[in-house]
Ligand binder design. Structure first.
Ligand code: NAD
Length: 297
């Protein structure tokens, strides 16, 4: 069992830290938000007075923060001097590839091991301990992280060197955003053509149109009972987070000189949808925007 420092105890970090405690690890947590910190305390997480306090004596440190600037602020703050040399730092936030590589450099200078390990699976997966971790970093860091990550997830994938975890995350979510819009367009067209939702689902789900956006997160109520469309599009995975990830994909695409026109279009459509008040609904709720656009034609 390890001593773990956990910084960032929000919607995701709180249940993740709780699962580390359940697995028998000794966890010291810190968050700027006092209510989130108290909630973690209720799940058996030790309450630290600062980020530096949380990492003192730790074998492993996990950060779960909103954005790249937050990871760089925490990793570049007092934690590298407060932790013992050789401590493993894992960042599970979803951040841009450049900041992820910058965080690895901060850790390397301080003679620490480091891993970028963003997740998929959302709050439900964090609570159930079934997250997928996409990991970037050297093999010794991955090997040390694996048993810790297994307390919070069911699939732990080593994607490559520094930044490869974040690269895998944004590439996957770019597929997801684009495919969801494609599925929504097909349902909106079917409605205009008098084809029932169920008939389209029955054909496409067993034909070449089959994809996760259709068969797990079907954007119309009915065919997939567990999909957010059956509970008024309550997330799930919010449109705000989908836009965040699509923007990260576009930043990475520009920096790398890749050609991603569908990703760019998906980012613009989610930006439009969010501007029309959809930011807090599940990302499958983009069907409302697609239908609205068709109505205006
Ligand atoms: P959240 O806003 O609920 O939690 C972030 C926490 O970090 C907050 O409690 C905040 O107070 C804390 N924080 C910010 N700066 C800090 C600092 N300097 N020191 C200590 N604490 C600090 O966000 P979340 O939904 O838990 O998401 C966390 C990360 O996981 C994000 O990068 C997000 O994109 C990613 N993610 C979220 C989901 C999801 O469904 N919520 C799914 C996959 C990935």
């Amino acid at each position: 069992m390890s001593k773990i420092g956990f910084i960032g105890l929000g919607l995701m970090g709180n249940p993740m830290a709780a699962n580390l405690v359940k697995a028998g690890h000794e966890v010291a947590g810190f968050d700027l938000n006092a209510a989130n910190l108290q909630k973690a305390g209720g799940a058996g997480v030790g309450i630290a007075k600062s980020a530096a306090d949380a990492v003192t004596g730790a074998d492993v440190v996990v950060t779960m923060l909103p954005a790249g600037k937050d990871t760089l602020a925490v990793w570049g703050g007092g934690v590298m001097t407060a932790a013992k040399p050789g401590t493993l730092f894992i960042d599970s936030s979803t951040i841009d590839v450049g900041s992820a590589r910058g965080a690895h450099e901060i850790a390397a200078k301080a003679k620490m091991l480091s891993l970028d390990a963003p997740v998929s699976g959302g709050v439900g997966g964090a609570e159930a301990g079934t997250l997928t971790f996409m990991c970037g970093g050297a093999a010794p860091a991955f090997d040390k992280a694996k048993p810790v990550l297994e307390a919070m997830g069911k699939r732990i994938v080593h994607c490559g060197d520094a930044g490869a975890g974040q690269a895998a995350k944004i590439c996957n979510n770019m597929i997801l955003g684009i495919s969801m819009i494609g599925v929504c367009e097909a349902f909106a067209l079917a409605e205009k053509l008098g084809l029932s939702h169920q008939a389209l689902y029955d054909v496409a789900s067993t034909s070449s149109g089959q994809c996760w956006s259709l068969t797990s997160y079907c954007p119309v109520p009915g065919p997939v009972p567990a999909a957010p469309s059956n509970r008024e599009y309550k997330p799930g995975f919010s449109s705000a987070l989908m836009l965040k990830d699509l923007k990260l994909a576009q930043e990475a695409s520009s920096a790398a000189g890749a050609v991603t026109p569908m990703g760019a279009m998906a980012a613009q459509l989610y930006a439009l949808s969010n501007a029309w008040g959809q930011a807090g609904v599940d990302f499958s709720g983009i069907i409302h925007t697609i239908r609205g656009m068709q109505e205006k034609k």
